[in-house]
Design a protein around this ligand. Sequence first.
Ligand code: ADP
Ligand code: ZN
Ligand code: ZN
Length: 745
Amino acid sequence: MQNSSPPRAPRVLGIAIPSPLRRLFDYFPAGAPPSCGWVPGLRVRVSFGRRQVVGVIIECRDHSELEFSRLKPIDACLDNAPLPADWLWLCHFTARYYQHALGDTLANAMPVLLRQGRPFEARTRERWHATDTTTEHDERLTRAPRQAALLKMLGQHPRGLTSQAIFAQSFTREQLRALEAKRLVQCREETLTQNTMAEGKGLLASPALTLNAEQSAALAVLHEGLERFHPCLLQGVTGSGKTEVYLQLIEAVVAKGRQALVLIPEIGLTPQTLGRFVQRFRVPVVALHSGLTDHERLDAWQAASSGRASIIIGTRSAIFTPLARPGVIIVDEEHDGSFKQQDGLRYHARDLAVMRARHHQIPLVLGSATPSLESLLHAQRGHYRRLTMRQRATRHPPAKLELTDTKARIRRGGLVPPVIDAIGATLDAGHQVLVFINRRGFAPTLACHACGWMAECDHCDARMTLHRHPPMLACHHCDRRRALPDACPDCGSADLRPLGSGTERSEETLGELFPKVPVYRIDRDSTRAKDAMDRMLTEIRRGEPALLVGTQMLAKGHHLPHVTLVVVVNADAGLYASDFRALEHSAQLLEQVAGRAGRAAHPGRVLVQTMHPDDPNLRLLAERGYEALATTLLEERRIAALPPWRYMALLRLESPNEAQLSTMASQSATIMRDHLQQSGLAVDCLGPVPAPMERRQNRYHLQLMLSAQKRSLLHEACAWLVAWLERCPEARRVRWSLDIDPQTL
Ligand code: ADP
Ligand code: ZN
Ligand code: ZN
């Protein structure tokens, strides 16, 4: 039987509230119902404890586990339409997958202003049309000149006008309503299913490049999969022209009236990258990055969810942008660590991109010169279509890494004589040199030459970095600063010396060695001032001989056409680290840095300084390239039963109280292991073990490692552990969090 009476209000609203608790909170509806009725996805303001918070309705039902008399009413409903459905789906998925509280997930995934309760415009737009029967001299308008004028204006626009355009001409909603009541105008809600901006004109503002054979082949495959979930791994060496492939794929998607979402690493989202997208297309492009104000962020969100924007480019959190007409998701540099959030909601934007593309049944491109082992294994197993580009789009092939032994050699500012000679020769030839050193500051630490004392942070298990500009000791983990000591605090000797080299020291030494050539230092310290980076890059791009000293900030994402020599001061950091992913990550970084050499008119050279020139992995990378090393590492991981062959989760526990932490961690481990044994779940539980830096900012860190062959089993074990922790009163004394698919240990 059909019920024709209007829908009755539900008696109970299950509301997700920004809180770490993994449950909904029940309230009852109050006030006028929103025009869409009570539905999931509406934001409401409620009192929660002593606070007022903005939550989201998740369930509308008639029963509650609580007695009705104990339920509170909501204070207000903030929306007249639910938040975008695709966004809600993604939040639900994220909360479930990462076993994070839904309320906190939603709050994390929405712009700050929405979290604070500001209005969110509906995704539809009103467009007003004059109806056919209209005559300008309709007698019903003789005493309403403004209405007559409005009608006349609408008559001149056969495609109608939006409310916005009408109000901009000083007409009012009352006048519109009056005309509507007289049936002289009609309003249609536009769901913005077409791109209204590109109408009439061509899509492209500047012409596409003619693709080379490899690019064409890749694009042809991508074109085949436009109408379905079609995940591809685009593996192309640096300079192979991946971006051009993205641009032409986006063109095809936008031509179909759909939107493209492009995710880029934090460091990669430079004005230069953005410029390539903006200059190519005539359609609206929005960029989401950390430099936006809250209002700009909300605008961008609205532009994406209304369909006004055709191309959305952003860093990690842009994965949570609602899309009116999703057409493709592209993740550039998919291996990059910045796609993983390292605190709070520890999601991986690349992995969510895969789920999202599957949900929307749209193509997905994961692009990289150095794909993660996760993605390589997916490709190997046939989950992703693999597209390879080995040629550079520009003239010269990527330079080989040349390993340079630093053992038992005198060094100046960390550089050995043959490297210094090569730098000199390059500058003499009129080219630029990039010196990559992944440590900012003057030296990694200050040491006493008499007794061996080293400057350590009082609050972390870490050395303090020596800085010269301004002079101080600084801890890069907690930001604590200290004045330079005049004498050793242990033995009183005044013979304190810098140990090792950082960017400041390289800058100084290079300035002494090559006094006629400008040295540009690019790291987090030197680019703090607004525009400092742009100013230096502008000078560098003029192409005069120059020395560029920098951290990965310089090495990633910048096109430096005049650099023909790249020097890696120390390649050894990742070789013998305890984290099983360290080698993969340092190989990716090395390739990326090396990729800066010889991108334009002249071929490049890459000199890599190492104490271990015979290290088999380093040699494999140098002689046969990233892919060969990745294949070996993948096989080693299989034998060692490590990700990506096995799934992993970490329970991270921290507290300023070492004893309390240790008790809690041991208890969790025991309980978990007991449960695994009783339930027979095929999940391993290791630990507790100290985190690699056990003490940080005076807090101690321990962790439990869970791993399994099957993801579902791992998730089952994690869910059980989290439920236990939430019930356990002692667990409240420590801070704990679950990290599913941790990227660092
Ligand atoms: P990647 O992203 O793979 O490192 P880019 O897309 O940045 O490579 O391309 C490297 C350079 O080659 C850019 O300057 C780009 O304009 C140029 N390029 C790319 N494709 C072509 C092409 N088909 N013809 C000419 N130049 C190209
Ligand atoms: Zn001393
Ligand atoms: Zn510290």
